[in-house]
Design a protein around this ligand. Structure first.
Ligand code: BES
Ligand code: ZN
Ligand code: ZN
Length: 489
């Protein structure tokens, strides 16, 4: 169902649910609920808190906490709206009173964040349930007071942009949530081609024969054990007037299922490994949003799609693979497959003479140990791309944190028989070892690697995140493409 979001400064039409935003210390002024009721209910107006009570004529009145007024920012507002949507899940219409909410410092950004909160929170993945119970909201209105210079037309435009981005995130979530039995490399390419067709992206697909012909030994080696063959998918977006300019290259790990291969994972470790194509999914989601927004940029997406399966034809520990750029990798653990497929995809990206390369990959459990499930690790070979990516992520409300591409640890991936091996020193700097291997394939191009093994999947219902694929990275990439400054790389 489509959800329409509007703003209104006039008296709005009545809705099934009315939501008010309450700041800490202002619980008194919440028309409809006595402060004694709120005290008994232990409502403190912390961010993420919501109280639902009967409103007029069988409607819901929702009081949503937002913390201290002076600390409100775009990300907190996203979460406030998410809590409101969760409380109004079965209502068809919702009115959110934003008249007393300071939309600072940038009212357009704050309205966009509110809309994103609504659209990301109202997502659900129900296609395999008999009774899916999706969010029933069809219309959400924000009432604005005298919020400075923001006109209704400007607010509508901000909401429109936010919904395009949120649809990109939700597309990525759908792809991650699809079972690996349904979404294998070839199917991913078919879906991507449909998306590309509808938004206006270029598509090129290489099958397993072409993959070998083109010298993509990493991707061919990882795909060797599967009944479903690998694919290399190239997506292109070119805004008018950007022809011939160096593109931004986006590279995605697209392992549609990671069993570990012959270095088989234990059963528990495999349960969520349909998630291992989240980097690829985020790039497709982001590119579809960029095209629909008409972002002024030239972007190529290179997605390495494969299953990682054990079989009689699978790559074995000790095998040596030759990547696209000619470098060789000794495979000592077939479960460290992401870096093998990325070696080829990054080589191809570097051949495009791009302004910069950014890759997204659910690459290492070590990164989850270091930064947990909410924060992605970021490695870069230059200050410029690292700081531009950090700024884009911050503006988008996604958390990334720098980890070192430490040359002192390059020896951890030295191999006795090849140019490098695909594992580092046991128990030491595992995320860095993986990143150091990737660095061998980008040449001199400014490059940043996002290890999204933690945040690609949400393990709980929290804020605007639902259990399952999070769509992490889509919002950051759209920002980066919109704001990339080639002179500062
Ligand atoms: N896909 C996994 C990484 C991963 C782990 C993603 C947990 C999301 C959650 C990756 O292919 C992998 O298995 N990496 C190994 C590397 C090791 C064998 C050097 C790991 O992290 O254990
Ligand atoms: Zn693996
Ligand atoms: Zn993997």
């Amino acid at each position: 169902m489509t959800l329409e979001i509007r703003v209104t400064k006039a008296t709005p039409a009545p809705a099934q649910a009315l939501a008010r935003v309450v700041f800490e210390g202002e619980q008194e002024a919440t028309g409809g609920a006595s402060s004694e009721f709120l005290r008994l209910r232990r409502f403190q107006a912390k961010p993420g808190e919501a109280v639902v009570m009967p409103g007029e004529q069988s409607t819901l009145l929702i009081l949503a906490g937002a913390g201290r007024k002076e600390t409100l920012d775009a990300e907190k507002l996203r979460r406030v709206l998410a809590e409101i949507v969760r409380s109004a899940w079965d209502c068809e219409s919702l009115l959110v009173d934003l008249a007393g909410v300071p939309l600072l410092p940038d009212p357009n950004e704050m309205i966009a964040a509110a809309a994103e909160g609504v659209l990301l929170a109202s997502y659900s993945y129900g296609k395999h349930k008999t009774d899916p119970r999706p969010c029933r909201l069809g219309s959400v209105s924000f009432t604005l007071g005298d919020q400075g210079p923001l006109s209704e037309a400007e607010a509508d435009a901000a909401i429109e942009r936010a919904s395009v981005v949120a649809q990109g995130v939700n597309l990525a979530r759908d792809l991650v949530n699809d079972p690996a039995g349904d979404l294998y490399p070839q199917r991913f390419c078919e879906l991507a081609a449909e998306v590309a067709q509808s938004v206006g992206l270029g598509v090129e697909v290489w099958d397993e024969v072409r993959i070998k012909e083109e010298g993509l030994g990493g991707l061919a080696g990882v795909g060797a054990g599967s009944a479903r063959p690998p694919r290399l998918l190239k997506l292109t977006y070119e805004a008018p007037g950007t022809e011939g300019t160096p593109p931004l290259a986006l590279v995605g790990k697209g392992i549609t299922f990671d069993s570990g291969g012959l270095s088989l994972k234990p059963a528990g470790g495999m349960e969520t490994m349909k998630t291992d194509m989240s980097g690829a999914a985020a790039i497709l989601g982001a590119l579809s949003a960029m095209a629909r927004l008409g972002v002024r940029a030239r972007v190529v997406g290179i997605l390495a799609l494969s299953e990682n399966m054990p079989s009689g034809s699978a790559t074995k520990p000790g095998d040596v693979l030759r990547a696209r750029n000619g470098k060789t990798i000794e495979v000592l653990n077939t479960d460290a497959e992401g870096r093998l497929v990325l070696a080829d995809a990054l080589s191809l990206a570097a051949e495009q003479n791009p302004a910069a390369i950014v890759d997204l990959a659910t690459l290492t459990g070590a990164c989850v140990v270091a930064l947990g499930r909410d924060i992605a690790g970021v490695f870069s070979n230059g200050e410029g791309i690292g700081s531009q990516l950090k700024a884009a992520a911050e503006a988008a409300g996604e958390k990334i944190w720098p980890l070192p591409l430490a040359p002192e640890y390059r020896s951890h991936i030295d191999s006795e028989v090849a140019d490098m091996k695909n594992i580092g020193a046991p128990g030491q700097a595992g995320a860095t070892a993986a990143a150091l291997l990737l660095a061998e394939f980008v040449g001199e191009v400014p490059w940043a690697h996002l290890d999204i093994a933690g945040p690609a999947r949400s393990h709980e219902e929290r804020g605007y995140q639902h259990k399952g694929g999070s769509g992490f990275g889509v919002r950051t990439l759209v920002r980066l493409a919109s704001s990339l400054d080639p002179a500062a790389l």
